[in-house]
Design a protein around this ligand. Structure first.
Ligand code: SF4
Ligand code: MG
Length: 330
C-alpha cells in the first residue's frame, strides 16, 4: 500500500453547554504518497476538524475510528488516535513528519522571535546539532519559498513582513522538516490573487521535489482545479463524494457537489450578475438530520426515502475511483 495516511470511520464530537455537536460522523479517506487531496465544502462541514484531528490538535473528542499514518521510508504504520496528545511520539510526528499551515500565519509564527530563528529551532530539533548549518539551511529554505532577500528576511520579526511574506515564512517553517504530509488549511484565502498564485506554485514545486503528500483544505473550487489530484467533498461531517479532480469537475454526481460547482465565479459571468448560491442553509449543528443530511436543501430529494434512509457510500457505475453517497445512484 502506498498511502501516507488512511483515515477510517473517524468520529469527532464537541461537548458544549448547549449540547453535543457531532462534527465528524464517520469520515474515511486515504492520501497516496506524493498526491494532493483537496477537501472541499462550506464552512462548518468538518474540513478543518479533519485536518486538526490528524495533528491531534482538535479541541473536540475523537470518539471512534482510526488515523493510520506511515512516514517516509518506513513500513511502520502508526494509529495517531492511540497516541497521547502531547506525548513525545505525537510531538515528534507534529514537528517532523506532518506539518500544518493555516490561513492566518500568526497562529504558527511566534511574534517574539525572528523568522530565521524559528526555522533554525525547528531544524536544530530534528535534523542537525550544528548551529551554522541550521542557519544555512534556514536561509536556503527561505530562498526556496521565493523570498527576495532571504538573509534579511531571516533576521526580521513576523510583524515586519507583509501578509504574503509571512505566509511564505510559515510555509518555509512547515517545510523545513521535509514533511511526509502537509495539511494546508485555506493557506491562500487571505492573500491577493498574484501572491496566491505564487504560493500555490511554490507548494506544487516543493511537493514534486520532496514527494510530500498534501491535504489541501479549501472552499475555493478554482484552487482545487489548479492544485489537486483528487477531491473529497464534505457535507455535515461526512464525505459525500470523492473522485479524481477531472471527474469532480466534468462528471459530478452528488447534488451538493453540483451546486458547489455552480457557485464558482466564472469568467463569463457578467459584472454585477448574481452568482447562483446554494439553496437553504446548513442545519443547526446541535440537531441531527434523519436520512440524507443534504435532503432539506436537495432539489432532487426523493420523498419517503431521502428524508428517512441514510445513503451508503458506493462506487459510481463503471468507476473504481469515484464514490458517492446518494440514493440517485443506487
Ligand atoms: Fe439528494 Fe437524496 Fe441524493 Fe441526498 S440522497 S443528495 S437528498 S437525492
Ligand atoms: Mg475551516
Amino acid at each position: 500500500e502506498d498511502d501516507v495516511v488512511r483515515v477510517e470511520d473517524l468520529r469527532l464530537s464537541f461537548y458544549t453547554t448547549l449540547g453535543v455537536v457531532r462534527a465528524l460522523n464517520g469520515v474515511s479517506f486515504n492520501i497516496p504518497r506524493g498526491k494532493v487531496l483537496g477537501v472541499v465544502g462550506e464552512s462548518g462541514c468538518g474540513k478543518s476538524q479533519t485536518g486538526l484531528s490528524i495533528m491531534q490538535l482538535t479541541p473536540g473528542r475523537i470518539e471512534g475510528g482510526r488515523i493510520l499514518f506511515r512516514e517516509f521510508n518506513t513500513s511502520d504504520v502508526i494509529d495517531i488516535t492511540k497516541l497521547e496528545k502531547n506525548g513525545p511520539e505525537m510531538r515528534k510526528i507534529r514537528g517532523n513528519h506532518i506539518s500544518m499551515i493555516f490561513q492566518e500565519p500568526m497562529t504558527s509564527l511566534n511574534p517574539c522571535y525572528t523568522v530565521g530563528h524559528q526555522i533554525e529551532e525547528a531544524i536544530l530539533l530534528h535534523q542537525t546539532q550544528d548551529k551554522a548549518e541550521a542557519r544555512r539551511r534556514a536561509v536556503d529554505i527561505l530562498r526556496k519559498v521565493g523570498m527576495p532577500n532571504p538573509e534579511r528576511i531571516a533576521d526580521s520579526y513576523p510583524h515586519q513582513l507583509s501578509g504574503g511574506m509571512r505566509q511564505r515564512a510559515m510555509i518555509a517553517m512547515a517545510l523545513s522538516c521535509n514533511p511526509t504530509l502537509l495539511i494546508a488549511d485555506e493557506p491562500t484565502t487571505a492573500l491577493d490573487v498574484t501572491t496566491e498564485a505564487q504560493i500555490l506554485d511554490l507548494m506544487r514545486d516543493l511537493q514534486h521535489e520532496i514527494g510530500t503528500s498534501i491535504m489541501f483544505i479549501t472552499h475555493n473550487m478554482g484552487v482545487v482545479a489548479q492544485m489537486c489530484d483528487e477531491v473529497a467533498v464534505m457535507y455535515l461531517g461526512r464525505i459525500i463524494e470523492r473522485a479524481a479532480v477531472d471527474d469532480i469537475f466534468y462528471d459530478p454526481k452528488h447534488p451538493y457537489t453540483i451546486s458547489l460547482l455552480r457557485s464558482i465565479p466564472r469568467l463569463g459571468v457578467a459584472r454585477g450578475q448574481k452568482l447562483e448560491s446554494i439553496k437553504g442553509t446548513v442545519p443547526d449543528p446541535y440537531s441531527t438530520v434523519p436520512g440524507c443530511p443534504f435532503h432539506p436543501r436537495c432539489p432532487a430529494a426523493i420523498p419517503g426515502l431521502c428524508d428517512t434512509v441514510m445513503p451508503d457510500e458506493m462506487f459510481v457505475a463503471g468507476s473504481r475511483t469515484h464514490t458517492v453517497r446518494c440514493h440517485l445512484y443506487t
